[in-house]
Design a protein around this ligand. Structure first.
Ligand code: P53
Length: 478
């Protein structure tokens, strides 16, 4: 059923997340989310999480690129590129401003009605992430996020509300964005954005992560079960950050370490796809004496709420060395990462590795026997707006082309079942990791600077026309 290497009806498109582009942080009854209390960092300087919104701090997500008011024009540009799909998230705080509210906020619900209608008008299939780094700040403060079992109920109320409301508009859903990122449990940004946990005592970070992740996995499985009752045609997927882990050498110590480090990332989607914990993780949790609250009932739910597909982001591979720590002693895969001398890096130091994407497509297919969906991939780079308002981003085209060539091989030669490809940040937006505007991913340039200045005007980059051609030829011309 392939045509020029890509399947018929392949969902070409772009991906974003509500908090990174909508802005309008206080409009339409929206509550404060964790993203609203994160300041702007820079390359190598972490974002701060403040205790509420503090006067005088720079919060880039408050305005972002003002998509909330400009989405009709922006979606028109996506349609001009020929998008078949558009991945975004529903900001939890537009629907339940505090998270524990009894009643949903109608203004928030109707905003997404209009947004999805606007996509459907052009034949663009909305692909929706329920939780993409946007937990209500109230749930973070009052409940300690997903460290608390009660948060499962709040999440489920949110999920059921939007499933019911958009059951005739949205078919593809994902429960949690990059649920496996929290394997890096000492990272405050990742723990706060994934699980709504503010780290306090370093001794308990890892234990708390295993507990919170379990509650999220139960919430994810319950959402799958409830979603199917609301519309049996829903396709509800996992969403992981797929990062292949390479041994630094052919020394068996490095190879075993690479396997053990990978197990510490992969188990999240194992639970979502298989409905059970892999042995290596059960054994690890036991050995560490973490004793998370995992009930027999939870295990039934996990089995009943397995996902329909694996959505994943792909940016880079990681390389690990046993010179830093050995296989039996690692807990956080991030602690053993070393530079890979065979790979070039982006301006933000992310290794560029198109082959890793083909490897990922094969690994995930072998492991799960499920359809896959590449829901993020792209290059964060600085762009120059020329005097005649052009952006010559050949480097971005080169990056995307090389990755799509790898994808094409995985489909044609390896038989991978791939639903679609939504490139990350199809319009420039606020970087999640750094809060910068200058780390740009888009086909569409947004005139906004890191300090918040700029006209917010949109300009088409060279990559806009390149991607338009790719979609038009269904990938025959890359
Ligand atoms: P940025 C790393 C750090 C933070 C978020 O990242 C990340 C990653 C990549 O694994 O995840 C995704 O903006 C995320 C998006 C994010 C994108 O990667 O830091 O799902 O929200 O914008 C790119 O360059």
């Amino acid at each position: 059923m392939t045509e020029n290497g890509f399947p018929k009806g392949f969902l070409w498109g772009g991906a974003v997340a509500a908090h990174q582009l909508e802005g309008a942080w206080q409009e339409g009854g929206k509550g404060v989310s964790i993203a609203d209390v994160m300041t702007a960092g820079s390359n190598g300087v972490e974002r701060k999480i403040t205790d509420g919104v503090v006067a005088g701090e720079n919060y880039p997500n408050h305005e972002a690129i003002d998509f909330y008011h400009r989405y009709k024009d922006d979606i028109k540009l996506f349609a001009e590129m020929g998008f078949k799909s558009f991945r975004t998230s529903i900001a939890w705080t537009r629907i339940f401003p505090n998270g524990d509210d009894q009643k949903a906020n109608e203004a928030g619900l109707s905003f997404y009605d209009d947004l999805f209608d606007e996509c459907l008008k052009y034949g663009i299939e909305p692909v929706v992430t329920l939780s993409h780094f946007e937990m209500p700040f109230h749930l973070v403060k009052e409940y300690n996020g997903f460290a608390n079992r009660k948060t499962i109920d709040f999440y489920l109320r949110f999920a059921k509300t939007v499933f019911k409301r958009y059951k005739n508009k949205v078919r593809y859903w994902m429960t949690f964005n990059e649920i496996d990122n929290q394997s890096d449990f000492n990272n405050q940004f990742l723990m706060a954005t994934n699980s709504g946990i503010l780290l306090t005592d370093p001794e308990s970070n890892e234990r708390n992560m295993y507990q919170a992740a379990h509650y999220e996995l139960v919430a994810s499985a319950l959402a799958v079960k409830e979603g199917k009752k609301i519309n049996p045609d829903f396709k509800i997927g996992a969403m992981i950050n797929y990062t292949p882990i390479y041994p630094a050498s052919s020394d068996p110590a490095d190879i075993l370490l690479a396997q053990k480090a990978a197990q510490k990332r992969n188990w999240f989607s194992d639970v979502q796809a298989w409905g059970e914990y892999p042995k290596a993780i059960e054994s690890y949790i036991e050995r560490k004496g973490f004793r998370p609250d995992i009930t027999a009932e939870d295990r039934v739910v996990l089995k009943e709420g397995t996902v329909d597909y694996i959505g994943f982001s792909y940016y880079q591979s990681a390389t690990v060395s046993a010179k830093k720590n050995d296989a039996d002693n690692i807990s956080d895969p991030a602690e053993v990462i070393v530079k890979n001398p065979d790979l070039k890096e982006s301006q933000w130091g992310w290794p560029i590795d198109p082959s890793g994407l083909r490897l990922g497509l094969n690994t995930l297919t072998d492991r799960y026997h499920l359809p896959l969906f590449i829901v993020e991939n792209g290059l964060g780079a600085k762009d120059d707006l020329t005097d005649d308002k052009k952006i010559h981003d050949q480097y971005r085209i080169d990056y995307l082309k090389a990755h799509l060539q790898a994808v094409k091989k995985a489909i044609e030669l390896d038989g991978v079942d791939l639903i679609g490809y939504t490139s990350w940040g199809c319009i420039d937006l606020v970087s999640a990791g750094t809060g910068q505007m200058s780390k740009r991913y888009g086909f569409i340039y947004v005139d906004k600077n890191d300090d918040g200045s700029g006209s917010l005007n949109r300009y088409k980059k060279d990559s806009f026309y390149w991607y338009q051609k790719v979609i038009q030829t269904n990938g025959a011309e890359l």
